[in-house]
Each structure stands twice: as C-alpha cells, then as structure tokens.
Design a binder for this molecule. Structure first.
Ligand SMILES: Cc1ncc(COP(=O)(O)O)c(C=O)c1O
Length: 375
C-alpha cells in the first residue's frame, strides 16, 4: 500500500512518546505564555499591528512575485537599510523566513570544493543548509573554537564556519569572538544565525555579533529572523555589500521564492523602530530570563543558566517532558517541550522563553506551576 511505511513510523513514534500535535490557540488565550518567541512583547504592540495593516492596505496582501520580479517594494528596501544599520552591517537582504535566510547563506557561500565547519548544536535550518550546499560539511563539537580551528587548518580552499549565536535548545551563547578569530586566521568566512540574539543581546538589542565585536567585518555574515524579537515573520541575511549582491544572484531561496508579505515587512520595521526608541526592552528580557533561572534553581529544578532569553529545564524522559508540559498547561502556563529528534543530545527539556513584558508576579506564578507539576 502506498505510504504504508508512514503507519509504521507513526507507531514507532507513539511507542517512543514522540508524537507531535497541533494546538490552535484562540486570540484571547488565558494561558500565561512562556513558550512563544515574542521576546520583547512586540507582536501585538499597537504600532506593530497598525504598521502591518497599513502595509497591507498600501501594498496588498502579498508581495505578488519573487523579489527579482515584482516582490521587492520600497518597504522591503527600507527595512533592509534600517536592519543593516541597526545591527552594524553594510547591507541586508530580507527573505520570507529565517529558515530560508539560513538555507541561502550556507548554500550560496559554500561552493563545490569548499568546507563547511558546523557546530553540533546548530539549528535545523543551518543543518539543512549544510545538507543542500555543494561543499563538504564537517560537524564539530558544540561551542568548541579549537575544533573549528583544527578543521579549517586541515582544509585547502574556500571555507566557512557556521554556528548559532544563541543555541535554541539550551539558550547558551556561542564563543563568537574566538570563532571569528579562528576564521580570520584561516581566511574563512563566519556565518552565524542570530535568531535568538537580535533584540536581546548587544547594545539596545543590536545582537550577539554586535556585542562580541565581529559585526560589520568583511568576513562575517549574520542571519536573523524577524519572527522572534521583532514580533513579525520573515528573515534576513546581513553582511558586506558584495556578499549580499552575491545572495541576490545565487541564493535559490531568494530567487525562487515569493517576497516577504508587505504586512510582515511593515510590522518588522515598526518593531525595529520601537526597539531603537526603547532599548531598555532588551535589558529587561535578559533580566527576566535571569530571574526565571534563579527562581527555578532555588526551587531545585535543573535549569541551564541563560545567555539570552531561552531558559531550558531538564526533564526525566520524553514522556515525562510531555506530561510536565501538559500539566503546566492544565495549570494555566504554556511552556515549550523539546524532545528527540529536536535535541541533539537526546535529553528532553521544558523550554521557557522570557519576555520583556512579564511581570515579577507572572515569573513567580510560572516558577510555582513548574515546581508543583514536576514529574
Ligand atoms: C536558531 C533559529 N534559526 C532559524 C529559525 C527559523 O526562523 P524562521 O522561523 O523565521 O523561519 C529559528 C526558529 O524559528 C531558530 O530558532
């Protein structure tokens, strides 16, 4: 029977406690949200929502075509200019998602004969970029600049090192300055995904590369998503103008994809302007993450010290993690739940995300619920 193997896979997943289900949320959910990625609380900010609506009225519901045909509006250009300027890069290129931006950055910068040195903890979109690229991928130990140095030193020809700036599972930061140094020494490019750093780390939320120093260097390329701190949708690649020109001409997820919807571009631009006006939002989300970690640790839970907004709490098993998250939900708290295959080390976790707009009382309530529902 066609697709018969799907049933076998579904049964294996069920037995391993790894079945995933969709849970559509109502607009007025009563749950306290520590699962979403709206780090700065901007997704529903009136200025952001109004900018999305205005952009849709002005430009339409969709971009109408790929960026190279009809899908580039003046709004996209404005967003690219402001995003690059804010993060300290010469140029930026907006994509329909952060996923597409990562596929573009890795595939377009790793031609035949090149080496890609990829951190073992990288996000799935960087991994998929490596899988699609023509170059050869060498996976190295997590957050290990020496391993990167060694791999680059053993290769003759074009090379890039690829890493998240903040890893999505445990919320730990990459050793960016050391990685940039290793790449420079070997004439390699550094490609980093700042999905969890933009809006959270660096001066006023300018991102991890800005904080660590390599932002704007001619051998550094950064990808971001517009869907977390900026409360919108879409992604971007930031870097030297010649790299961005290369993306326009060579990145297949740019060339063969409809441009980002104007509403999303408008919302992201409005959020960026709010962040520039209210830089304290970045400091606040970091403080909330630290407070969550401190309170969870004091309650005897195995929480990982956060370098940005993601706070990870170890769970005993995939089934235990699912039950824990479900019990939290029943008690009014929405938390993320990471299980294999989303976790490279096989350890299941609750994944909490700090938000700049969480009150002290909400933090206390969240910690109390997580402690009381602990398996
Ligand atoms: C580290 C990282 N990179 C890239 C992405 C993909 O971004 P987007 O959701 O905009 O496709 C995500 C998650 O969404 C992420 O966590």
């Amino acid at each position: 029977m066609a697709f018969g193997w799907i049933d076998e896979q579904a049964e294996l997943r069920r037995r391993a406690g790894l079945v995933r289900t969709l849970r559509p949320r109502p607009a007025d959910s009563p749950l306290l949200d520590l699962a979403g990625n709206d780090y700065l609380g901007l997704a529903r900010h009136p200025e952001v929502a109004e900018a999305a609506a205005r952009a849709a009225r002005t430009w339409g519901g969709g971009a109408t075509g790929s960026r190279l045909v009809t899908g580039s509006t003046e709004l996209h250009q404005e967003l690219e200019r402001e995003l690059a300027g804010f993060c300290g890069f010469e140029a930026a290129l907006v994509f329909s998602s952060g996923y597409a931006a990562n596929l573009a950055a890795v595939t377009a910068l790793a031609p035949h004969g090149s080496l890609i040195v990829s951190d073992a903890g990288n996000h799935a979109s960087l991994i998929d970029g490596c899988r699609l690229a023509r170059g050869t991928t060498q996976v190295v130990a997590h957050a290990d600049p020496d391993a990167v140095r060694k791999a680059l030193g053993a290769h003759d020809g074009p090379a890039i090192a690829v890493s998240d700036t903040v890893f999505s599972v445990d919320g730990d930061a990459a050793p960016l300055a050391a990685l940039a140094g290793a790449c420079r020494r070997h004439g390699a490019g550094l490609v980093v995904d700042d999905a969890h750093g933009l809006g959270v780390l660096g001066d006023g939320g300018r991102g991890a590369p800005h904080a660590a120093g390599p932002a704007g260097a001619d051998d550094v390329v950064v990808t971001v998503t517009l869907s977390k701190s900026l409360g919108s949708q879409g992604g971007a690649v930031l870097g030297p103008a010649r790299v961005i020109d290369h993306m326009v001409n060579a990145a297949r997820t740019f060339i063969f994809d409809t441009g980002l919807a104007p509403a999303a571009a408008g919302a992201a631009l409005a959020a960026l302007r709010i962040l520039r006006r209210e830089p304290e939002r970045a400091a606040r989300v970091r403080a909330v993450a630290s407070a969550l970690h401190a309170r969870l640790t004091a309650a005897g839970l195995a929480a990982v010290r956060p370098d940005a907004a993601v706070v990870s709490v170890r769970a005993p098993s995939p089934e235990g993690a699912v039950r824990w998250a479900a019990d939290c939900r029943a008690a009014g708290l929405s938390v993320g739940c990471f299980r294999p295959p989303s976790v490279p080390d096989g350890v299941s976790r609750l994944r909490l995300t700090a938000r700049a707009d969480l009150s002290g009382e909400q933090i206390e309530r969240a910690v109390q619920v997580i402690g009381e529902t602990r398996p």
